[in-house]
Design a protein around this ligand. Structure first.
Ligand code: GLN
Length: 286
């Protein structure tokens, strides 16, 4: 499938032929074609001889070209699943990652179904963390902060579409828009990749916003700012839970202790990598 020209001269293009000619690694071709045709997986599989209209074929060919150039599937189809729900994504935000579901589990373990906690999510991006916590704990109120207006607009549309009425969107730098407020839980998946990390030149991350990934020479700039100020924004007993890089567990533990947080923990993702750390403000805390 080199260029989307003259499909009829080649005879009708069926689903099966389009997928074969696309030559993408599975399941990419199928996901893009389902998106173009607006059909679920089972329907595509049940009708391999369905003939594509010119318009469908052209739209599919364009997406295939972009995928070949490396663009992430989530940006091409405009969505990604997170914690069992579909979130809209654009290239203004980081694509939600399965590792981040661990942060959700660790938060939910600490706050029961009936919780009325005031929650703060710093650097909300698509809103995947804020909206998930808001829906899983419907009596909480979640403040979702981001310095990017485009990210906040997207988080707002995800909150609306998924029915999370208990999310409040606030624009600004980390704690700036919540000055003077107190929370029972602070969560964040901040940028934590070191500038110059070779990983930034590979795969999907090449297309993601640098501001959502990079955090200074050691990748800890955002985590330092978030952890150091957390005690001022937490009520006694409140937890701070943050995601970080696989090699930042020890550094995070040091930051959490330096902020005089208690019950410091480190949790590993399904791949066994250090991924989420946290600590709690005890009654005697700063
Ligand atoms: N886990 C992401 C990656 O490795 C980074 C996410 C982040 O910086 N918050 O690409």
């Amino acid at each position: 499938m080199n260029a989307p020209h003259e499909p009829h001269s080649l005879g009708p293009t069926t689903v099966a032929a389009a997928l074969r000619d696309a030559g993408l690694a599975p399941p990419d071709g199928r996901i893009l074609l389902q998106h173009v045709l607006g059909v679920p997986h089972a329907q595509l599989g049940a009708h391999p001889q369905r003939v594509l209209t010119d318009c469908e074929w052209r739209a599919f060919a364009r997406l295939v070209q972009r995928r070949r150039a490396g663009e992430p599937i989530a940006y091409l189809i405009g969505e990604r699943e997170f914690y069992g729900r579909r979130f809209r994504v654009t290239d203004a935000v980081l694509i939600p990652r399965p590792e981040t579901e661990l942060l959700i589990d660790l938060a939910l373990e600490r706050y029961p179904e009936s919780s009325t906690a005031r929650i703060l999510d710093l650097g909300t991006g698509s809103g995947n963390i804020a909206v998930t916590l808001a829906l899983e704990r419907p009596r909480t109120v979640v403040a979702a902060v981001d310095c990017s207006p485009a990210a906040l607009a997207l988080a707002g549309s995800n909150a609306r579409e998924l029915g999370a009425l208990n999310v409040r969107l606030l624009e600004g730098d980390w704690y700036a828009p919540v000055a003077g407020m107190r929370f029972d839980l602070i969560v964040s998946n901040p940028p934590y990749v070191a500038a110059g990390d070779p990983h930034l030149g590979q795969g999907d991350v090449r297309f993601e916003p640098r501001a959502a990934l990079n955090a200074g020479a050691d990748g800890l700039d955002a985590l330092r700012a978030i952890v150091a100020a957390a005690p001022r924004y937490l009520d006694a007993g409140g937890w701070l839970i943050v995601e970080h890089g696989y090699d930042q567990g020890a550094a995070c533990a040091r930051l959490l202790r330096a902020a005089r947080l208690a019950d410091v923990f480190l949790a590993r993702d399904l791949a066994g990598s250090a991924r989420v750390s946290g600590g709690r403000k005890d009654a005697a805390g700063a």
